[in-house]
Design a protein around this ligand. Sequence first.
Ligand code: SAH
Length: 694
Amino acid sequence: MKTFCGRANPTTGAMEWLEEDENYDYHQEIARSRYADMLHDKDRNTKYYQGIRAAVSRVKERGEKAIVLDIGTGTGLLSMMAVSAGADFCYAIEVFKPMANAAVKIVEKNGFRDKIKVINKHSTEVIVGPEGDMQCRANILVTELFDTELIGEGALPTYEHAHKYLVQEGCEAVPHRATVYVQLVESKRMWSWSKLFPVHVEAEDGEKIIVSPSEMENCPGVPSVCDIQLNQMPSSDFTVLSDVVTMFSVDFSKPVRSASTSYRVQLEPVKSGKAQIVLSWWDIDMDPSGMINCTMAPYWVKPTAAFQWRDHWMQCVYFLLNEEPVLQGEKVYLTACRDEYSVWYKLQKARGEEENKSDVRVESPVCRCQAHLLWNRPRFGQLNDQNRTRQYIKSLMKVLKTDSVCLCISDGSLLPVLAHYLGAKQVQYFFPYCFPCILGWYFQPSHLFFKANNLEDKIKIIEARPELLNSSHLEDKKISVLVGEPFFTTSLLPWHNLYFWYARTAVTSHLTSNVTVLPQSASLHMMIVEFQDLWRIRSPCGTCEGFDVRTMDDMIKNSLNFRESKEAEPHPLWEYPCKSLSDPEEVLTFDFRNTVPQHCLSTEGSIKLLRKGKSHGAVLWMEYHLAADISVSTGLMQISNEKGNCEWNPHCKQAVYFFSSVIESETLSDLPSAVTYAINFDTKTGDIAMDFKL
Ligand code: SAH
């Protein structure tokens, strides 16, 4: 069955109706899923296996039959481990139909059909009894339902239900326990992901400071977890203010309560500073003794421990409501609050009369200023990037004249304010154009912003799509300077911000004949890379802990080949180290001084491989040429050494096109000397199609 789905094209802005295959969503789900990453997580798999063997032995030693319940079986891996460890029977529950089907196939292929029953249900729908899904309650509970925040995938309600209805009292659980750790830090870099810092502008009539509205200053932000590869954060980017402490733990072998609660710990700062951020991660003990431990601790916590790279579990960054100065040795209280699915933090100074723990009521963070809804965390970081702002200021100074009439097209941008301060008094109109939504609330951050800086009557916001702009919006003036960062919240891939070009084309009739467009052009750049680890998410697994999981490999491959999944995908490469195997190359340019052409823009060529290594894929990014000699890159910042290690723009995602087969070369001589490519930008659809040959 085909369905039609309406969507606004992120590049062209056009409303379009796409014929969606009913399987589209699940192919996306499988192709982009973390199943492969989990199968590659050797540390996790061996520890689960050890924990499962130990649990089965304990039950057998008691003279009982080992009946296992595996909730969220996925590929069936943990169930197969349990049966291999001697379990008598295993109920494998999986809610996601394509995975339940895969589990049936994998279980059968590995010869466990008689001992593992795959049940395609959510665990809370499972019924125990002679006519039910399970003959009896299980005495071993095995699960892997955790996300980076531990509880975000609903582990707590699932456990709560399982203990009530699906397992025996006193059951064994693998993992046995999870513990959440926290560490208080000061970090300008991470703090810049949540608050907007003042922007200093050297204008002709003295220094101007753009301040953030108080509504934004005191806003708790959004409840969604900020999960990152903390191991890529250099120690120079944060200051540790406390030791690592245990915040709370959950014993999975006992009844679990999922209802909202809070936990409080006392911290004694090891250093004076500004408390801004709570870093957090967890570990799981696979057995009651704690001998089999799988930890997400970052590099500075256990520097000697063998390190396992993984993308399905990372570390969390929590932002305190406001920064709090703390003094070395002067105790403070940190409260973790949680509901069923998320955690948030509050810091309090120790008081004379100590507050009762139960008195601490902290609401779940809800963004009140709208800015945290409009700007994601990397966008906050980008707006706070002084270097970048300086490039825009320098360019605006070059192009603005005392009689400029300026129009800004970008989502939630500070450019109108910069332009106002840098231009003449006659600068009249800007509109931070919001795409594709023209709801009033969407503009609120800009309104708040202009108000806080007393610019409400200086900057006019036009709430219209570019093609609906008319001369009355502009009070019959023509635009002499058109500016954009460009940045649009709907952009996922780097070239989606070419929407600026389409908007520029739509407003052409309102531009003066000698209009200045800033950026004047953009270019698409490309480089061939070898990833240190990211390649794992695309590489087949074959066997995992001795079990044949090729069915899963095939399924992922099949989904990757399914229509759009074949495209490049966005990844924030500062979190995923790679080395360049070729020089960066400019492959396409887009001239914003002219309108979008009718014909396609295409290019072909070959890119020379200069270093030995595995060609995992091509990375693509955009560079914007703001004015003569001033460019900003949203991708490569520099190649930092002769080994080819790359430094990426930390505020943007780059596009990664994974090659379907990886070419490995030990020496330069047996390297294919080049990768040939064909790239086509279809100006009608805004899509970029790519083809590579190794
Ligand atoms: N056990 C596998 C897969 C873990 S991923 C392994 O360790 O490799 C977690 C899986 O649990 C997902 O496939 C998800 O669809 C499923 N899941 C999560 N909560 C569930 C629930 N309450 N009932 C059934 N399946 C669930």
